[in-house]
Design a protein around this ligand. Sequence first.
Ligand SMILES: [Zn+2]
Length: 214
Amino acid sequence: MKIKDFKTHKITRSTPPYQSDYARYKPFLKIDFCGRCAYCNLKDITITTPFEVDHFIPRASFKDGRMDLDTDYRNLIYSCKKCNNAKRKQFSGDIHSAHPTNELFYDPVAVDYNDIYYRNHLGAIDSDDEKGKRTITRLKLYRPIHILSWLCEEMYETAERLEKAVKTEEDEIRKQTLESALNMLNAQYRKFNHLFIAAYNDNGFSIAAIEDMD
Ligand SMILES: [Zn+2]
């Protein structure tokens, strides 16, 4: 059951100056992809692990004959480390066609992922589309880190709204109630965010450490 859209931003594809090293396109990708992983929608500033440049058609598939795809901006995707690692060499398609693509995945620039994916009642990334479902498995988008990241973002945005409400509330009693709700939410946010970052970075974590944050 859908409870929310997959994303709220729109990905664009600009035409940056040619770079001989694909990694140099990262700042352009960051802007075009609004600082979010094209596959899981994670915001880059929420995680300490640097984002990466994914080749939509993987390097292993074009190294014998289509090296132009290595630095072809249209083949580069802004991706978090988890999604890039999960995607790896997975490929199906004809690299020698005029406009080669990777048929195993939806191109996140050509296809609006809101038409394929959504957040379900558990906060997980879900899809009613057959290829979309297979992609969730291929990219391991079912992992709890993707629920945790979404939960943290929802909490953060709710806290921002509450903070505004506290500032504008003139009734003293209501202001105090809003303030205590905000404090509770912020405390929960810190715990969940700690859990998310530890899980994402594979640092390991213990519930005891989270409890100690009280
Ligand atoms: Zn990702």
